[in-house]
Design a binder for this molecule. Sequence first.
Ligand code: GMT
Length: 380
Amino acid sequence: MKIGIVCYPTFGGSGVVATELGKALSAKGHEIHFITYSQPTRLDFFSENLFYHEVDIKSYPLFEHAPYELALASKMVNVVKYEGLDLLHVHYAIPHASAAYMAKQILKKQGINIPVVTTLHGTDITLVGKDPSYEPVVTFSINESDGVTAVSEDLKKDTFLHFDIHTHIEVIPNFIDLNRFKKQKKEHFKKAICPMDEKLLVHTSNFRKVKRVEDVIRVFFEVRKVIPAKLLLVGDGPERDKMERLCRQLGTCEDIRFLGKLEAVEEVLSVADLFLMPSEKESFGLAALEAMACEVPLLTSNVGGIPELNINGETGFLCEVGNIAEMTEKALFILDGKNLPNFKKNALARAKMFDVSAILPKYEVFYAKTIENSLLASNI
Ligand code: GMT
């Protein structure tokens, strides 16, 4: 198949999933065309089946905000037309689903039928999408997509709850490439960070409010009172400065390191003992899956799609959002020498269920079904 993939080419989970999906599909012989406003972060190599089309967003003194959606729709029209695409797969509803709808209508006038698959990732539904300033367009463009997928059952449920949706939503969970995300021998790194064999706690995120990084630091602070431990914080974002101030206020700076945006996050995960994801909302929790693949147990909140990933008492624990005392108690239980090996083993076993080889065929089947239905429905 010739597939166009539209996504945010940044460090966010939806962009990572979209890029990894495109890479995996291309490795299976599909021709993949990425249509994004800059080169996706994980697309930094050559492959004969991978193409990149940059969306050129022209500005003009009149525009306070350059019209990204129009530039994207125009680019989609051209790529579909000149590359002969079979399908457009857009990740994150805003504004990709509505831009795809516009491209589809333009192409229809030219006698071309292009099926559109929209994948919902989370905040496009649970935070931004349901805001009245976007809701009507999000509802419309989801309903008008030829196929819709969500990354968890919980996100599917939320979509039906917040929007007037009368189309099927297929749940296809996120996935992981276990060839890349696996425990590597990085003892020298562990020794450098934890010279006294301290336990190593890790958190990775985009440091947005919804991630509750403050809870990570507070749990660490409590754990640190009981056992020797270190904390690595990977990523960057709006809350980072505030978090650095909190570390200073608690006097824990010596045991906490902010690593910033890191491409090879699997190297850090390889030496971690516990991964923390205390998010307020999380439709899937891709970062937690990456940790499990590296044999790291999870301490997470019990919201959104996380319980579909983290099995309470097996791969880690699910806790109430913001309950620092509960999280501390559970963290100490996992980190106990007699419990830790079992949690690590279970985490890896669970991650294997989300290997790319198991999830990719679900997308291929869904694409084929969507193309077939769309052909039947179109008069072209
Ligand atoms: O978590 C974010 O703020 C980024 C966001 C995105 O769209 O990049 O992540 C969402 O999509 C990821 C990939 O499907 C999911 O793993 C995350 O759980 C989801 N984030 C939220 O629901 C908050």
